[in-house]
Design a protein around this ligand. Structure first.
Ligand code: KIV
Length: 272
């Protein structure tokens, strides 16, 4: 473990700020349930994101749009019961904050009150700024999310790299500064050119966490099912797959089926 990680019993938003100041990279993964949250927290992750990607990898939807606030609360409260050290950030799902700042604050309060999570994340810049301000005024830490924002997939039309053109890159630069100014504690930068992510990272005082945004961000995040190879259908260039759990689990289940069919499970020592 690196130095700030070692000396920290509980990761807070201040810890992340110190990591940025000391050039210590921040590690973040998604989790959606008690058991995986426990493993990942014990393994030394800095931040767990209860992402609305649960809509894809847990519920099998094509997009993140269908997941509800109630479902996010269920996932987040399960994750919280599994962790003792990392910071837990929860996505506000589509439809729970876009209408107005009052609804956004009410959704954020429900997440904090009913799950015990430490912070929320929402997608967008200038267009959600009033909501971000209001949530932060209530004492709730907010993480921004710029670049490819999956809740807007039907506006974008594709999951391709964002902000390659100057106009969109300028909006992103401006949005990052606005999110910093209103008090966000960090910003996820998803699928944007590495040099743009580098520029944003150097120009804001809060940590940037990249996914498909290159190595200059202050930290990195991946979806747990993708990096563990549980979900094998999604193989973007930015993904490093650390395990092939799909194959491992398939092998184990095949072995179990065979053992049951051949009556070699249970053995006498596995019986009472
Ligand atoms: O929902 C999610 O998993 C996310 C990450 C991709 C950053 O927002």
């Amino acid at each position: 473990m690196s130095s700030i990680q070692k000396e920290t019993k509980k990761i807070t938003t201040n810890t992340l700020q110190r990591m940025k100041a000391h050039g210590e990279k921040i590690s973040m993964l998604t989790a959606y349930d008690f058991s995986f949250a426990k493993i990942i927290d014990n393994a030394g992750i800095d931040v767990l994101l209860v992402g609305d990607s649960a809509s894809n990898v847990m519920a099998g939807h094509e997009t993140t749009l269908p997941i509800t606030l109630e479902q996010m609360i269920y996932h987040a409260s399960s994750v919280i019961r599994g962790i003792s050290r990392c910071l837990v950030v929860v996505d506000l799902p589509f439809g729970s904050y876009q209408s107005n700042s009052e609804i956004a604050l009410a959704s954020a309060i429900r997440i904090m009150k009913e799950t015990g999570a430490h912070a929320i994340k929402l997608e967008g810049g200038e267009e959600v700024l009033e909501s971000v301000k209001r949530i932060i005024s209530a004492g709730i830490p907010v993480m921004g999310h710029l670049g490819l924002t999956p809740q807007s997939i039907y506006k974008f039309g594709t999951y391709n790299v964002r902000a390659k053109e100057e106009e969109e890159a300028n909006k992103l630069r401006n949005d990052a500064k606005l999110l910093e100014e209103v008090g966000c504690f960090g910003i996820v930068l998803e699928k944007i050119p590495a040099q743009l992510a580098r520029e944003v990272t150097e120009n804001v005082s809060i940590p940037t966490i990249g996914i498909g945004a290159g190595k200059y961000c202050d930290g990195q995040v991946l979806v747990m099912h993708d990096m563990l190879g549980i979900n094998t259908e999604f193989k973007p260039r930015f993904l490093r797959q650390y395990l092939n759990l799909y194959e491992e689990i398939t092998g184990a289940v095949q072995q179990y089926v065979n053992d049951v069919k051949t009556n070699s499970f249970p053995s006498d020592s596995e019986s009472y």
